[in-house]
Design a protein around this ligand. Structure first.
Ligand SMILES: CC(C)(COP(=O)(O)OP(=O)(O)OC[C@H]1O[C@@H](n2cnc3c(N)ncnc32)[C@H](O)[C@@H]1OP(=O)(O)O)[C@@H](O)C(=O)NCCC(=O)NCCS
Length: 112
């Protein structure tokens, strides 16, 4: 286990924040702690780009897995993660909301 390292990625457009992610880099498991795209900039591929960026950064940090939690009601996010081949790890209830952990196995630095 290496010492965790927080990374934030901010995408700017028109002098404002269009999207952002927060990633806790660690080996063997990195954690995508936050991902959001401004409503004005959705459905243009920014969310997918940030997820792929998180996978690349995690591989470089020697992680073998990328973990995240998401509200089950956030259908756009769940569809995005499924499309990027995250698998369901567990479902749980937190403060009245159904949430789930999803996990993506990472290849090597050049892997998928
Ligand atoms: C989830 C979120 C980050 C997606 O960002 P985005 O930039 O709009 O997503 P993309 O344009 O990269 O879309 C990638 C895929 O996600 C899925 N998706 C995105 N928006 C969707 C929607 N409204 N309904 C269904 N699927 C959707 C699709 O599978 C899409 O692939 P496609 O365009 O080939 O159909 C964005 O909707 C968001 O910020 N939501 C609120 C915050 C949130 O839920 N964050 C995740 C917390 S873990």
């Amino acid at each position: 286990m290496t010492f965790p390292d927080w990374t934030a990625v901010v995408v700017e457009a028109d002098d404002a924040v269009a999207a952002a992610s927060v990633l806790l880099l660690a080996a063997p498991v990195s954690w995508l702690a936050s991902l959001a795209v401004h409503p004005q900039w959705r459905r243009r591929g920014l969310g997918r780009s940030l997820v792929r960026d998180a996978m690349t950064r995690s591989r470089v940090a020697s992680a073998r897995w990328l973990l995240l939690e998401v509200d089950r009601s956030h259908r756009a996010a769940v569809a995005l993660y499924r499309g990027e081949r995250f698998g369901l790890l567990r479902r749980f209830r937190e403060e009245g909301r159904w949430r789930q952990e999803m996990l993506r196995r990472l290849g090597g630095v050049c892997g998928t």
